[in-house]
Design a protein around this ligand. Structure first.
Ligand code: NAP
Length: 334
């Protein structure tokens, strides 16, 4: 939609406890004018990522989001004016758009993306979620047929892809998620072999019952107690893929420091490795080719949770951290 003003959502205070919609404010600004070498972008889709909350705490693999600034976030945007060679109005790009209608950015900061139908797949299967699952599981986890893979935040955006890719690779897959409904859905709809609700009962016992012989690969999206429990149930030569630690992002961080016995890592010869998706940018095209083939063949179901309107962003992020979403949450900016 063409507008004459640029609506922006500002992080008005850096929250100390749990994130609230009241930590954000909407403001209006002029539409920026691109300088030489820059593009003016109209933001179409904004990605909601658990890490958006972690960015508020401190500098991570990127600068911290500070109070008074436009809330940061990744998105898909359309070029409306180009002062850079190689880009024309109508091109689609992936970049850090922030929570706003328009942004002017150096062309060197964007990645041109192919238009696909539906466009939302650019933020799910063919975006951060799909590629994080693909590279983390395949390059770091290195699954072999018959192995047992456990993934936490299994019903979320990265988790739904990890489980389905592990099934394609012939693994037995156990999901960990925050409700009985999510667990049932993972098994029924996404083909997981089993799923465990971490919010009910004893996670150690439930995981042991689901996988008595232990875990070959634990894909960790949450950290905290869940990390601790899974680490204690790894098999010899198991691999722990550290993707994120959502349990330490929002509010009460008492669960943030799992206790892991280092001698367990030694005795079981475990591999524990963290990664950021962009570490694998050189393999982007290979990942996209595989992901597209699996989606087209119906071997991966793409689960998307699309909210409408720029103004819905604060509630969409608060809700994601509370476990409202199934699959990739994003906002269609209108
Ligand atoms: P998501 O999984 O779509 O949503 C977050 C989910 O986390 C919620 O739906 C909720 O589901 C679960 N959750 C919330 N609080 C929790 C807690 N205290 N303990 C356990 N689970 C909790 O979000 P996402 O953006 O895809 O992120 C998933 C993880 O991947 C995050 O840790 C993120 O930082 C990481 N990530 C890493 C990379 C990378 O490059 N390394 C890239 C993208 C994402 P439940 O109902 O199950 O609680």
């Amino acid at each position: 939609m063409n507008r004459t003003i640029n609506r922006q959502i500002i992080l008005s205070v850096v929250p100390k406890g749990k994130l609230s919609v009241h930590d954000f404010k909407m403001r209006e600004a002029p539409i920026p004018i691109p300088n030489e070498g820059e593009l003016l972008l109209n933001v179409r889709l904004v990605s909601l990522d658990a890490a958006n909350r972690a960015w508020m705490h401190r500098e991570t693999y990127r600068a911290a989001v500070e109070a008074g600034n436009v809330m940061d976030g990744y998105g898909i945007a359309e070029v409306v004016d180009s002062k850079a060679t190689g880009f024309a109005p109508g091109d689609l790009v992936f970049t850090t758009t922030g929570w706003q209608d328009y942004i002017a950015v150096p062309a060197s900061n964007v990645t041109k993306v192919e238009r696909v139908d539906p466009l939302t797949h650019l933020l799910s299967a063919y975006g951060i979620a799909g590629r994080t699952a693909y590279h983390g599981l395949l390059s770091i986890g290195q699954p072999r047929e018959g192995e047992t893979v456990v993934v936490s935040a299994a019903a979320g955006s990265v988790g739904t892809f990890v489980g389905q890719i592990a099934k394609i690779k012939g693994c037995r897959v156990i999901g960990i998620a925050g409700s009985a409904e999510k667990c049932g859905w993972l098994v029924r709809e996404l083909g997981f072999d089993d799923a465990v609700n971490y919010k009910e009962g004893d996670l150690t016992k439930a995981l042991k019952a689901a996988s008595p012989a232990g875990i070959d690969i634990y894909f960790d999206n949450v950290g905290g107690t869940t990390f601790e429990v899974c680490a204690s149930q790894m098999k010899l030569h198991g691999r722990i893929v550290c993707c994120g630690a959502v349990s330490s992002y929002d509010g009460d961080l008492s669960d943030a420091r799992p206790r892991v016995n280092p001698s367990q890592i030694v005795v079981k010869r475990l591999m524990v490795k963290g990664f950021i998706m962009s570490d694998f940018n050189a393999e982007r095209n290979l990942a996209l080719a595989d992901l597209k083939a699996w989606v087209m063949a119906g071997r991966i179901k793409v689960i998307e949770d699309v909210c409408d309107g720029l103004e819905s962003l604060p509630a969409a992020l608060v809700g994601l951290l509370a476990g409202e979403n199934r699959g990739k949450r994003m906002v269609r900016v209108q």
